[in-house]
Design a protein around this ligand. Structure first.
Ligand code: AQP
Length: 333
């Protein structure tokens, strides 16, 4: 008998144009591994409203469709992966409430992303603090084995596992314990303008040269890479390079598909200008077909809606089964 495939669940917030960090840390891994796993991919719209300024009723629907179109353009195949929007399956919020009741606030206050997003805000919504509990509900609802994410989300997968363990130990075995699936190279792509900061949508919305978006035209990509932070050492070895150069080398490795040793040989006696040119062209070569596909798919609203409806229908059954087990365990049904 063949062993059932491990279940994979992951999601991205529809908070605007996606950048190459989202692509490398999440989308590229999702698409590449589709044949290996039983895949569920979500557009996590309820997470996107944890920053209240991000709620724009008109834009939001459009951004959800654009995110789904990007999923498809990056290679997600609806025959191999269920794709749906988080808020269309109410079991996510219902389970999140139950998990909220067993999660110590002290665990949530320790989350790095909460601390950095809450910093410098006059008022912090409870949703921002509870974000990891909703993410735990997303993951646990589908009895997920693996969560492919960038390195910044590792702590949130760990807390989902801790919440599952806590629930199981109080009420008896209910949830499978999830693990993160994080790539070795490129798990944390850094900002081009500041390689001490993770490349992020929120910084990119304020700083023009911070990130490369999946929709950027070739000339914009070349300009952003040309302006990326370097140094005056001309050190092009992966182990010795400064943060900005290491980031460019990593981008080159991922987008060219070449190994580190081949890249180091190729860059012998070359300068940063040469590296930047190679990086730009490698990114353009990979993003151009994705952009072409995206332009075709995004116009087909009917197809996008059909894919989402099918995805919702498929995952709903799994979600309702888990929720029903949980309710029985705690005496709610
Ligand atoms: N810089 C990055 N390098 C590698 N992976 C990354 N991810 C995000 N930034 C990088 C991964 O992309 C997925 C998208 O997650 P999200 O939409 O929930 O956004 P996020 O993690 O909060 O990161 P963003 O897109 O940069 O948004 P903001 O500005 O809100 O922080 C996740 O798998 C994430 O790990």
């Amino acid at each position: 008998m063949t062993k059932p495939k491990l279940r994979v669940f992951s999601g991205i917030q529809p908070t605007g144009d996606l950048h190459i960090g989202n692509y490398i840390g999440a989308l590229k891994v999702w698409a590449k591994n589709q044949d290996l796993y039983d895949n569920i991919f979500c557009v996590v719209d309820l997470h996107a409203i944890t920053i209240p300024e991000a709620i724009k009723p008109v834009d939001f629907k459009k951004q959800i469709k654009q995110t789904v179109a990007l999923y498809l353009a990056c290679g997600l195949d609806p025959k191999k992966s269920a794709i749906f929007v988080q808020s269309t399956v109410p079991a996510h919020t219902e389970l999140a409430w139950i998990l909220n009741c067993i999660t110590p606030v002290s665990w949530l206050e320790k989350m790095t992303q909460y601390k950095s997003k809450a910093k410098n805000r006059q008022s912090v919504g409870a949703g921002l603090l509870n974000y990891p509990v909703l993410m735990a509900a997303d993951i646990l609802l589908y009895q997920t084995d693996l969560v492919p994410v960038g390195d910044d989300q590792k702590q949130h997968v760990e807390i989902a596992r801790d919440i599952a363990k806590r629930f199981n130990s109080i009420f008896g075995q209910t949830f499978r314990l999830p693990r993160s699936l994080i790539r070795q190279e490129g798990a944390r792509i850094m900002g081009l303008d500041d390689p001490t900061q993770k490349m992020s949508k929120s910084i990119a919305s304020q700083k023009a040269d911070h990130a490369i978006f999946l929709s950027d035209r070739p000339e914009i990509i070349r300009r952003k890479i040309a302006r990326a932070v370097t140094d005056n050492k001309n050190e092009l070895l992966f182990k010795k390079a400064s943060l900005g150069i290491k980031n460019l080398l990593t981008l080159y490795q991922i987008f060219s598909g070449k190994s580190q040793s081949v890249i180091e040989k190729l860059l012998t006696d070359k300068g940063y200008g040469f590296l930047k040119n190679e990086v730009s062209e490698a990114i353009i070569a990979e993003l151009s077909p994705i952009q072409e596909q995206y332009q075709k798919i995004v116009k087909d609203e009917k197809l996008l809606q059909e894919i989402l409806n099918r995805g919702t229908k498929k995952v709903e059954k799994i979600a309702l089964k888990t929720l029903s087990d949980v309710k029985k365990k705690i005496g709610l049904s």
